[in-house]
Design a protein around this ligand. Structure first.
Ligand code: C5P
Length: 289
């Protein structure tokens, strides 16, 4: 049997860092919005090994690849000795703050569980996901969510009323930002750490009960302190988005993607066209709902 699966991405509507933990990770609260811009995975049970191929030559396909690691973790936990062949069609940028690699890992876990007729329960899948990366558990489900702890504790939420009909315009600058680097830099930006818990709930309540404009001031990303400091270009993207009608403009995750939220798809598409005219072709843009 062969399975075809879309592997989506996300943006962080809020990323509030509460402090550094003894294990080296940061305690945070984050509001995550899934977006239907996807990589594509094809999986097949065959042979005795894990065989991974990928359309992007910049990604290693050995045991360091998150898809490979997810498959190894799954087969070990399910005590399956059959091999799998996986093909990853990469359409989303790498190290872009969109969680694409984490989604690839979560999608692999879910797809293999389907392929082998559900040997693992959802608790075990969650445990495996959390060992693969802080953002991986979020992608085991498909709703917006509040994530806490290091990001692995996921509370799914109803779709936000304030985002109904809204469109996201994503701008990727042609380079990635390594997540460990962004977090390490926080040591130099003390105002970005020690956030107070509760900001996420406040934003969620506004997005559930009020309009996007009412919620506007509560969008926040603590990792902008180090990342915008090093890459002022990302600040220019935000200014461009705001002057072209974005209600919100923010960096996602640890960057490098900037997103703008527009009232409707047609405005987002016309700003996308304008952005392509004005800026370097190395910078790519996409609209997502
Ligand atoms: O969990 P993940 O592998 O995605 O994290 C990558 C890196 O980002 C970690 O090694 C750590 O340096 C940093 N990180 C952190 N606090 C978090 C999540 C990630 O410090 N909550």
């Amino acid at each position: 049997m062969r399975l075809e699966q879309e592997s989506p991405c996300k943006v962080n509507l809020l990323l509030n860092i509460l402090g550094k933990r003894p294990d080296g990770f940061h305690e945070l609260e984050t509001v995550i919005q899934p977006l239907q811009l996807c990589d594509h995975l094809t999986l097949e049970a065959t042979g005795r090994e894990i065989e991974l191929t990928c359309t992007d030559p910049n990604l290693p396909t050995d045991s360091s690849n998150l898809v490979h690691r997810a498959a190894t973790a799954f087969l070990g936990a399910a005590r399956i000795s059959t091999g799998v062949r996986i093909h990853l069609e990469k359409k989303l940028p790498i190290a872009a703050g969109l969680g694409a690699g984490s989604a690839n890992a979560a999608t692999t876990l879910l797809a293999l569980n389907r392929l082998f007729e559900q040997p693992l329960d959802s608790g075990t899948l969650h445990q495996l996901a959390a060992t693969l990366g802080s953002d991986v558990p979020f992608f085991l489900q498909s709703r917006p969510a509040l994530a806490t702890g290091r990001g692995e504790k996921v509370e799914p939420l109803e779709p936000f009323a304030a985002l109904r009909g809204a469109a996201f315009l994503l701008i990727y600058p042609g380079f990635g930002v390594p997540t460990p680097w962004a977090y390490q830099q926080l040591a130099r930006f003390l105002e970005a750490v020690n956030g107070r818990t509760g900001r996420a709930r406040r934003l969620i309540e506004l997005l559930q009960k009020k309009t996007l404009r009412d919620a506007n001031a509560e969008f926040y990303n603590a990792l902008e302190y180090p990342v915008l400091h090093k890459y002022p270009l990302l600040q220019i993207f935000q200014e461009f988005l705001r002057t072209h009608g974005a209600v919100v403009a923010l960096m996602s995750g640890s960057g490098s993607t900037t997103f703008g939220i527009f009232d409707d798809e047609s405005t987002a598409r016309s700003v996308e066209a304008e952005m392509k005219k004005r800026f370097s072709p190395a910078w790519t843009a996409a609209v997502a709902m």
